[in-house]
Design a protein around this ligand. Sequence first.
Ligand SMILES: Nc1ncnc2c1ncn2[C@@H]1O[C@H](COP(=O)(O)OP(=O)(O)O)[C@@H](O)[C@H]1O
Ligand SMILES: [Mg+2]
Length: 402
Amino acid sequence: MQRVAIVDPTESTRESLRTLLLGVDFVWLDNECARYEYFADVIRDNPPELAIVALDADKGKALTLIQQLAVEHPALPILTISHDHQALLQSLQKGAKYFLTHPVGLQDILSALRRALGEHSGGGTASGRITQNTTSSVIAVLGSRGGVGTTTIGVNLAATLAADPNHAVALIDLDLALGDADISLEVSGSENISIADLAHNIERLDMNFLRRALAKHEPTGLSILRHPLEIGQVGLIHEQHVERIVNLLKMSYTHLILDLSKGLNPTDLTGLRLADQILLVAQLELASLRNVVRLLHCLGGEEGLVEKIRVVINRQGADTIEEGISIKKAEEVIGKPIFWQIPNESKAVIGARVAGHPLIKYAPRSAVQKSLSGLVDAMYGKTTASSNKGSKGGWGLFGKRG
Ligand SMILES: Nc1ncnc2c1ncn2[C@@H]1O[C@H](COP(=O)(O)OP(=O)(O)O)[C@@H](O)[C@H]1O
Ligand SMILES: [Mg+2]
């Protein structure tokens, strides 16, 4: 994503420019300014990769501004917009490099942006900042039935990833109606902003609002974007909102964990599409494994999804699971290797949830937490162990199997 700042005192054209820019996935509208007089300060304080100056509100002031910007930020590309060809020509003489004539369509702005940003990428930006986060990783966690451990794994996986000081991790609760990820993460002093507020303000989102929307769990540094506070707001959140929000958050976070609902709603499907890896959580019992088969079959209908799925068996060794299905049998039934197994450890898991702190803080030496750390390593290719006999208590294999 490349940062763009615009100045246009005329509200209606500024709004339509903003709407156009929101439709372009490789730019981020960093600043919107309504006064030519303030724009030089805006650029000085927060230099973008491209400045867009609409000339028509006051051509004299606009041209003076362009001259000033060209002197102060010689490497900053400036794009001007006007009805007036003469003014556009003058803007080029003052230092603008690109121009568009009104009315501006999406196609026009796209090709101008590509040209302006393409020619100026790879060094020589006004700020010299690297803004594109190419390493951001999106993990969707999908359950094969209710209560299988989706949220537990999502929250604790996110907290495990957040323990690395090089990571910035956000958990997004996409279980929109009945989500409960926030119960496991006691956050303090946060405003009550949820994904519903972001969806509601999707046209006006800026970096500050986005940052404020996520509550931080201070002990782990993990951020969370909560499900709507009112169930009635769920219908307001569409897949386009989820896509836009995830893409924007990828700019600020190295890892995004999506806790999905069991409804396979359009928003869940969007989450699956946006993910680099999908953890499909199951238990060694009939209902869950049958749903794994059904989900693999259903998602197999869309190109590119099944390849990302890794089946994770949770609560391995639980005596509540009576069917006695072995890992080998489960792999036969689902026709796919089990990627990871997480032991059953109710005391630690329930204790952590009640305390409102992830296992990495509440019970860092628990078997579940060790298994989750191993899962992170396996997901990012840091371990090659094909199997690892259970450390104690017959929890079976904790190793990567495929
Ligand atoms: N590995 C585990 N060991 C013991 N209990 C677990 C484990 N994983 C999940 N649980 C328990 O299972 C219940 C359901 O988990 P949850 O994460 O809410 O499932 P889901 O999000 O799939 O509905 C919770 O009470 C949780 O404490
Ligand atoms: Mg859940």
